[in-house]
Design a binder for this molecule. Sequence first.
Ligand code: NDP
Length: 385
Amino acid sequence: MADTSTSLDSRRRFLAQLSLGAALAAVAGAAAALPQSEPDPMKTTDSAKLGYAIVGLGKFATQQIMPNFKDCQHARITALVSGSPEKARKLAREYGVAEKSVYSYENFDSIKDNPEVDIVYIILPNGLHAEYTIRAARAGKHVLCEKPMATSVEDCQKMIDACNKAGKKLMIAYRAHYEPFNLDAVERIRKGELGKLRAITSDHGRPVKPTEEKADVWRVDKKLAGGGSLMDIGIYALNAARYLTGEEPEEVTAQEFSDKSDPRFKEVEDNIHFTLRFPSGVLASCTSSYSYAEVKRGRAFGDKAWLDLDPLSDYYEHNLKIGDKEGKREPKLQEGNQFAAQLDHLAECVRDNKTPKTPGEEGLKDVRYIMAIYEAARKGKAVKV
Ligand code: NDP
């Protein structure tokens, strides 16, 4: 994907900052000796960070994403987009965003004239991801988009096409790909620590609350959510089965169980159990639910050992256990900041003109498998993918 002059300019800015940084490091002692009233020259590095516009100031954006920019080395918040001007202005003050860089959904397209914005991060209900990704690309911005990428394969393709046409990066926010415990598990499996991989299981569930919690209202609205628990959290099981095996499934089967008298499940599914058959013969058995008590785990079974990630997809807590005929062990691993790692990854890809680890094509694959899982559940028979 060819990048336009904006990213070259950003790159030049970055390289200039790098040499400035090296020069500053060389005179660090002298800098430390500067009188208190002198401006701190190291602070200039903030302007070398790429600017993100956050679109949709809901629960996930405000409680997880925005606070974690503090740990980013290459990314900062430079604009906000919201349908709630008061909330947006308050958050802008809190995060040091200029008032002129607060947008509504109506004037969002004028973000094209804001040189402080390099990347637009879409954190809207699923059914709005395609529209805002395409508008962002047309405005000449790179895009980070929340999972699931969109509510149809066609929309995913349109998003990829729009970003390609604009010469802009598109990355899907699969945070587990930037999370140390998951990365360690993948490495162990690839190195053969489990022997020959035979099976994966993964369960993802939480009770959805449409009436008590505002955040969940759109989640049970088919148009805005695209589907139920599978689109929202079952996607973690599906994606984990793919990155743990390193393979693409050939066939899926599925069964759905939803209490249609429950107002939450009039339009979207509650429980869906699915299996993915991979070319090596590995079978992944996954469950997804909007009525389980919270669960987010994954297991891989090899012919020598098994590996357990529980939780696998939490925001801040992960556990990895390995078991074999010698017994169980827990490798010592350090929690990382998957949110900051993900934000920095795209910023670095933009600067270095590299393809992100989780590009639009990765999001499209999952949406294609999700559609096959729904089809298998509907038809009651296996579907080839
Ligand atoms: P919320 O409902 O909390 O936030 C969505 C925000 O989108 C709203 O607050 C609102 O922001 C804006 N919005 C614009 N139009 C609508 C509309 N018609 N209905 C509802 N909201 C609207 O949802 P979440 O933050 O939980 O989820 C947002 C996205 O993030 C989803 O795609 C979800 O799948 C994803 N997500 C990802 C997670 C992860 O771990 N990667 C975890 C949780 C969510 P405003 O008032 O500013 O206009």
